[in-house]
Design a protein around this ligand. Sequence first.
Ligand code: AR6
Length: 171
Amino acid sequence: MTRIEAVRGDITEQHVDAVVNAANSSLLGGGGVDGAIHRKGGPEILSACRDLRASRYGKGLPTGQAVATTAGRLPARWVIHTVGPVWSATEDRSALLASCYRESLRVADELGARTVAFPAISTGIYGWPMDDGARIAVETVRAADTAVDEVRFVLFDDRALTEFTAALSTS
Ligand code: AR6
């Protein structure tokens, strides 16, 4: 049984086995969570991402998939990079957002990670509404078949924490 919690905080400061990065397909960095992880984790992460681009992911990491690297100087041991979908008002991309959570947990299982911290994927630069993003995150993690003991949603502001707390209080 996976314990699921929501806290307010900074994903880069989490003492967990793996932190999830809301990356983009290039794996070469960006703003938001991605920028913070690379800035605080140092050049080792970017170097590992470059290696992935030169080997398994020549065309980039597809949306909805996940891959792990070192966490460099972060307190976590691994970063699991995943690429959320950009929000669309005309196309339902929620299966891709759910896939980010599911695939990240699958990678965590492969690594043997028992504690995993997630940001609210796609709800920043990619524009996903926070209430819907929170619902998909919680439903997908609850339904996942994983050996991870603890999933921690790490939310940057009160609004996000409120939405995740509400999603967690529904059964
Ligand atoms: N810790 C926890 N949450 C954070 C942090 C942090 N340090 N910083 C921001 N958030 P975003 P996306 C929240 O934009 O929407 C990048 O350029 C933020 O308030 O990081 O998936 C990538 O390279 C929001 O609720 O990710 C991609 O190009 C949530 O984390 C693109 O942005 C996600 O916001 C991905 O966009």
